[in-house]
Design a protein. Sequence first.
Length: 194
Amino acid sequence: MSLDHLLAGLERDATAQADGLLAAARAEAARLTTAADDRTRARQAAALGVREAELRAQSEAALSVARLSGRAAVLEGRRRVLDRILGAARGQFVSMLDDPAYRAALPQQVNEALDALGDETAATIVCPSPLVAAVQDIVARRRHVTVQADPASRPGIRVRSADGVIEVDNTLEGRLGRLRPRLEVELAARLEHP
């Protein structure tokens, strides 16, 4: 064997070995690249999942705030509508003192207020001057009840126990104030289901 053959054989072996090493290196590089790509995708997916959860939580919070704000605006609107309605009713109170329907209901209102104090409790009924005569007629049989005119009194009657411990406000304003919660519920129902 000649040196040329030996060198050629060594060169072939070296080339084959280099090709094998190169193929192994390429396979290792491909494996490492695939593994790195997999890790990168996993990290991206995890980061995306965290970000999506954050964005979902932020949007839910913003939606909740918007809903609450919307409900508050609706409630405020209802309150203003009811305030206007009640304001219009209050504007009619003074004229109601001479209204036949109010005068017909006055005995019941006086008796309800006195019943709240008890039958034998000494009491004073305070009312506007135009109602004094009518109220005196209603309580004429009750010796423990006196009627007092108060020109500054709101339309209707107020009944006070003689000791001042109990006062029943049966003025039109007081009665309307006690009706307000029920009117709010009824207004809400009518506005939602016209």
